[in-house]
Every structure is written in C-alpha cells, then in structure tokens.
Design a protein around this ligand. Structure first.
Ligand SMILES: Nc1ncnc2c1ncn2[C@@H]1O[C@H](COP(=O)(O)OP(=O)(O)OP(=O)(O)O)[C@@H](O)[C@H]1O
Ligand SMILES: [Mg+2]
Length: 150
C-alpha cells in the first residue's frame, strides 16, 4: 500500500501519468472515492500517460467511453482506454460486457470509477486507487495497491 498527497488537480493528473507507466493492455484500474474526489481527473492523467487520443470527460451519463490509442509521451504507440462509471451500473455485473464498446477489453486498459466491489472479477488482477478529500481544501490523498498481481 502506497500513499501520495495531491495538493492540486495538476498533481493528481501527474500522478495518473505515473501510474500509466505501470499499466499494460488488459489491466483493470478500480477508482474509489467520494463525489469530486478526483477520479475523473486521475483518469485524465492515466489517459495522457497511456497515449490516448481525444479528451477524457466524465462518462457519468453514458456509463462507458472507449478512447482509441494515440501516441505515448515517449513517442511509443499508445494503449486504448475504456473509461467506465459504475455508479449507474447498480451492481449489475454483466452489464460491462453488454456495453458493446467495439473495443477488446484485453487490448485496452479499463479504468472504472465507483468500481469497488463491482468489477474486480473482470480481471485476475487489478490496481485499486482510493482517493480521499479533505473538507474545504483542494488537497486529495491517494492510496493505491495492486491486488492479485502475480
Ligand atoms: N488535488 C486535486 N485533485 C483532483 N481534483 C481536484 C484537486 N483539487 C481540486 N480539484 C477539483 O476537484 C474536482 C474533481 O472532479 P472529478 O470529476 O475528477 O471527481 P470525481 O471523483 O470523478 O467525481 P464524480 O464522483 O462526480 O465522478 C475537479 O473540479 C478538480 O478541478
Ligand atoms: Mg468522475
């Protein structure tokens, strides 16, 4: 378990870019934390690090959005990103497969906001990132750990 203090949204995005260095196609990232904790901001950083084409915004009203691979910051080919908001999946575990995303999940990194306890079974390992926020402050804290990693 590792912990990082994230004073600004830029720090959160930079942390996402760092996490992306450790991610491979087929990996699952489960983001947890309350409304406004920075899950989407972190996903934006992960997307930048993966070299994803296009802008990352909250998938809240569409449940999931697939982003095509572009070029990574180091010039190597990017990895596609599937960005899911499980808030509205309502614990329906089969729904992720039913999203018909036109993206092979094994060839993408899948990041799931509100995914704790809902999507872990989709992969034999996942990175869990727990974001917390302090009241009346921009400071966020991230705690993260791989689960089930060989
Ligand atoms: N240190 C910080 N890290 C991340 N976001 C921050 C930070 N400080 C301020 N913010 C602001 O907090 C908000 C975080 O919003 P974001 O959409 O990323 O949260 P979220 O966890 O995805 O929320 P939701 O549960 O509604 O999806 C943004 O407006 C961002 O600019
Ligand atoms: Mg969000």
């Amino acid at each position: 378990m590792a912990e990082r203090i994230l004073p600004t949204v830029e720090d959160t995005e930079a942390f996402g870019r760092e996490l992306a260095d450790d991610l491979r196609a087929g990996d699952l990232v489960v983001l947890d934390g309350p409304l406004g904790a920075g899950k989407t901001a972190l996903t934006r950083g992960i997307a930048a690090g993966l070299g994803v084409a296009g802008r990352v915004s909250s998938p809240t009203f569409i449940i999931a959005r697939a982003h095509r691979a572009g070029t990574r910051p180091d010039g190597t080919p990017g990895i596609p990103l599937v960005h899911v908001d499980a808030y509205r999946l309502g614990g329906d575990l089969d729904e992720l497969d039913a999203l018909d995303l036109d993206t092979d999940l094994h060839h993408a990194v899948v990041v799931v906001e509100w995914g704790k306890g809902v999507v872990e079974h989709l992969s034999d390992r996942h990175l869990r990132v727990q974001l917390a926020r302090e009241p009346e402050s921009d400071v966020r804290t991230a705690i993260w750990e791989w689960h089930g990693r060989a």
